[in-house]
Write a protein that binds this ligand. Structure first.
Ligand code: HEM
Length: 478
């Protein structure tokens, strides 16, 4: 009986809006503040949608260990529906046969260690191109826009992995593509009114331009993906070359028949490409930028990291095979992902059936967010949580693979990010080389404490103002 239910606590709400007005422009921060008052399992009413917010490692642990299946669907939202060709992808597809099949096939075809290893050369070459472009500009001693450089790096890697080529000659140029993808992520990351106030929310979204921006981004990305898919179909593949992701997806399309559990269509292929771009580019680039930002703010850590890299690596550049040796680098990356998880609330989940969490009743059809940003800064889990201190991971087994619930920047359970290895290899390789080959300093007398740490939020949190640093050349590399 409803009366016997013990619902999670939450703040007082307004008619119609519920708690929507409390989200503010940086929801991970507002929700973290609210959880200090209302606890690690809160119930908010976002317009018409009951929304659970989890903000502690213990509650996340209970959810992933005991209620993963009951909470692993995704809500149907206007933005994610559009960008996923009506939920034909992995990320936004609700729990069910389609998601299970498409995820299973992609895990076998795209995310195995063999496949990730097969793209090693691409990652190494692209990091090499980044170093060359920095060394060319470093002679002028003008600051380098590392936000832009990191973005080009991850976009080029994902583009080559997916399509076998880089942007040049494509329909969208580099900068414009970045803009289109960023606005797509911003559109799906914002709490759009259409989803929460069914009666008139869509009018607000039309008036404030959310709807128009989403439609424009979708149309441009769709046209681009259509172009590359057609290109690949017409392309006579040389047998020696490793298949790229589009080849694999098109092979899946050719091999699947109507009777298969998963019928792969052209829209499904495009939805999966969209996923890989939206999931793989900004997350990696953002992590590199936050890492560089924290390192210039913490010269002690930067020096120690450089010392490790320069004493372990005797060649002109770091290769992936060398990364294993760089233990401090791995701690630095963990610390960056703790303080700056690129997807601060993970992707929204939707509950499938009722269950109890932390003693409270959770209803089916509730949206559920796990605030990994708050969990990463929770003093219950971390000593001096606001301090950037990679040494906290010495002699600790805590890792981000989804088993240590105080550090879950890639999520956990059935929906855990399948791109963990691809993402972390790119970040580690880029950082190792950036610090092997260059020393970095702030422009014209700027001090560490002057660095602007302001965040911009979409589906990912990125550094709002670009990070500009001056490199000085350390090593000659080929
Ligand atoms: C530093 C890099 C990355 C971070 C921090 C990251 C983080 C995440 C997070 C937090 C989720 C949601 C998990 C959840 O809801 O529980 C996710 C899902 C996903 N990620 Fe990543 N990701 C990264 C890189 C990548 C890359 C490189 C790819 C692909 C090439 C990728 C593909 C995906 C996909 C397909 C999903 C959806 C999984 C599902 O819903 O079943 N990610 N990622």
């Amino acid at each position: 009986k409803p009366n016997n239910k013990l619902l999670p606590p939450g703040p007082p709400k307004l008619p119609l809006l519920g708690h929507l007005h409390l989200l503010g422009s940086l929801p991970h921060r507002s929700l973290s503040q609210l959880s200090k008052k209302y606890g690690p399992v809160m119930l908010l009413q976002l317009g018409s949608v009951p929304t659970i917010v989890i903000s502690s490692a213990a509650a996340a642990r209970e959810l992933f260990k005991f209620h993963d299946l009951a909470s692993c669907s995704r809500p149907r939202l206007a933005g994610s529906g559009r960008l996923s060709y009506n939920y034909l992808d992995i990320s936004f597809s609700p729990y069910g046969d389609h998601w299970r099949n498409v995820r299973k096939i992609c895990m076998l075809e795209l995310f195995t260690s063999r496949r990730v290893e097969s793209f090693r050369e691409i990652r190494e070459e692209e990091v090499g191109r980044l170093l060359n472009s920095i060394s060319q500009s470093s002679s002028s001693s003008a600051p380098i826009d590392l936000s832009e450089k990191s973005y080009s790096l991850t976009a080029n890697i994902i583009t080559r992995v997916a399509f076998g080529s880089i942007f040049s000659g494509g329909k969208l140029d580099d900068e414009h593509f970045q803009h289109v993808m960023h606005s797509a992520l911003a559109a799906i990351g914002s709490f759009s009114m259409t989803d929460f106030i069914p009666t008139f929310g869509w009018i607000i979204d039309r008036l404030n331009g959310v709807h128009g921006r989403l439609e424009k981004s979708f149309a441009e990305m769709d046209a681009f993906f259509q172009h590359v898919v057609e290109d690949r179909i017409n392309f006579k593949k040389s047998s020696k070359k490793e298949e790229n992701i589009v080849d694999v997806l098109l092979r899946m399309e050719r091999e699947s028949s109507e009777s298969d559990a998963l019928k792969v269509t052209k829209d499904c292929v495009k939805a999966l490409i969209m996923d890989i771009f939206l999931a793989g580019v900004e997350t990696g680039a953002g992590t590199i930028v936050w890492a560089m930002t924290e390192l210039v703010r913490n010269p002690r850590v930067m020096k120690k990291l450089q010392h490790e890299i320069r004493s372990c690596i005797k060649e002109g550049s770091v290769k992936e095979i060398n990364l294993e040796k760089l233990e401090y680098l791995k701690m630095v990356v963990k610390e960056v992902l703790r303080l700056h998880p690129p997807v601060p609330l993970l992707l929204p989940r939707e509950t499938i059936c009722p269950f109890k969490l932390n003693g409270y009743d959770i209803d089916p059809k509730s949206h559920l967010h796990i605030n990994v940003w708050a969990i990463g800064r929770d003093p219950q889990s971390w000593t001096d949580p606001e301090e950037f201190f990679p040494e906290r991971f010495i002699e600790s087994n805590v890792d981000y693979k989804g088993q240590n619930f105080e550090l879950i920047p890639f999520g956990g359970g059935r929906r855990i990010c399948p791109g963990i290895n691809m993402g972390t290899l790119t970040v580690e390789l880029a950082l190792a080389n950036l610090f092997l080959c260059f020393d970095w300093k702030l422009p014209n007398g700027m001090k560490e404490e002057d660095i602007d740490m302001e965040e911009e939020v979409g589906l990912t949190i990125t550094k709002k103002s670009p990070l500009k640093l001056i490199p000085s050349f350390q090593l000659i590399f080929s």
